[in-house]
Design a protein around this ligand. Sequence first.
Ligand code: C5P
Length: 404
Amino acid sequence: MTDTKRILLIISGGIAAYKSLTLIRRLRERNIAVRCVLSVAAAKFVTPLTVGALSGDKVYTDLFSLTDEQEMGHIRLSREADLVVVAPASADLLAKAANGLADDLASTILLATDKPVLIAPSMNTEMWEHPATQRNLAILAGDGVHRVGPDEGDLACGEIGAGRVAEPDSILATIEAMLANTSSDLASVRALVTSGPTQEPIDPVRYIGNRSSGKQGYAIAQALAALGAEVTLITGPTKEPDPLRARVIRIQTAEEMLAACLKALPVDVAVCAAAVSDWRASVPANQKIKRSGKSQHLELIENPDILGRLSAAQPNRPTLVVGFAAETESVIENATKKRLTKGCDWIIANDVSQKSGVFGSTHNKVHVIDEIGVEDWPVASKAVIAERLAARIASKIACRSIVP
Ligand code: C5P
C-alpha cells in the first residue's frame, strides 16, 4: 500500500455487503488504501474477485490459509492500517467481538488489532433491538469501538425499522473524521516509553523477574506513534509484537534500561510504564549455582530508579514525565506520594492486586494523578487507555508550547 492512509475493511455477511463495494470505490477515489477481509458469509453476497478488483489489493478470507500467514500473519494484517472498519457489521460478528471470540479471520483481527475500530451495523430490526445485541454494543462502546448507523427504513427482509446499514457516504464521512483525528497531534514530538519487566541475573540460567506483560507500555508507544510522535520504546523481554512506527530497543536489566533511556535523551515526553525490578543480585554467579544441601543466601542491592533519574535529568529533563504506580493496596494514596518522591509530573495509578486481574490482561482500570488532583478513568482496554493517555499528553504539550 503506497497511499498515506490505510483502511482494513472487514465485510461481514448480509445483503448489505454490496454497499461496501461503493464504499471501497469512494475510499479509493480519495487515495485511501483499502485492504479487505471477507467473512465466509460475506463471500456468498460479494465475491473476493470483485472486492479485489475494486480495492486493487489482495483479499483475505481464511484464518487458516498457510499462504496468507506466510505472506502476512493475521496479527500484522490487523495492525498495518490506520483504522479497522467493519461494514456491514453483522449481529453475529458484533457478538463475537464483544466477547473476545476469535474463531475466524474477521473476529481474530478485531481481537488482535491495536488500531481504532469503526463498526457499521446491519441487521433486521428485531435483531438490532434484542437485548443481547444492545448489550454487545454497550460492551464494544466501553472498549472504545466507534459506530456509525444503523439507519431506519426499508430492510431487505421486507420489514421497516432500525437496522439498515449507514449509507456509504455517511460511513466515509465518519472514516475521514476518524483519520483526521488520529493524525499528527504529536508531530515532531519525541517520546520515550519504557515497558515490560526487567530480568536481573542470579546466575547464567536464573533471574529475578516479574509478571509484567508489557501490553500497556506497548499500547502507549503505539498510541503516541499514531498521533505522529517519534517514539523510542525501551523494553524488557515480552511476547508483544513490535508497535508500528516505533524504534524498539530491547534490554534485559534495569541498568541496561537506564543506560538506553539516558542515551535516548533529549526527548519531550517520557512515559515509564516498565515494571523495573527494584533489586538485583549484588554479584551474579558466573556459573549455574548447584544444590549443596544447605540454604542459599542471595544478597540483593537496589536498582537505579529510572523514573526518578529521568525526572531529575539535567539539563535534559523531558518536558513531561509520566510514571506508573502499580499498587496492591491504598492505590491512590500510595501513588500520590510516589508522584512527589519520584519528581514526575503525572502518575498513572493502577490496582495490580490479584483480585483486579490486571497483570497480563487486555483491560486496565487507572487513576491519573497530576498537580491538580485525581482523575478516575473507567475500566477499558489497555489500547483505549493508551489512546486516552496519548490524547491527554498531546493536549498538555500543545498548552505548554503556547504558554512561554
Ligand atoms: O516504585 P514503583 O516500582 O511502584 O514505581 C513505579 C514507577 O517507577 C513506574 O513508572 C516504573 O516504570 C518506575 N520505576 C523505574 N525504575 C525503577 C523502579 C520503578 O523507572 N527502578
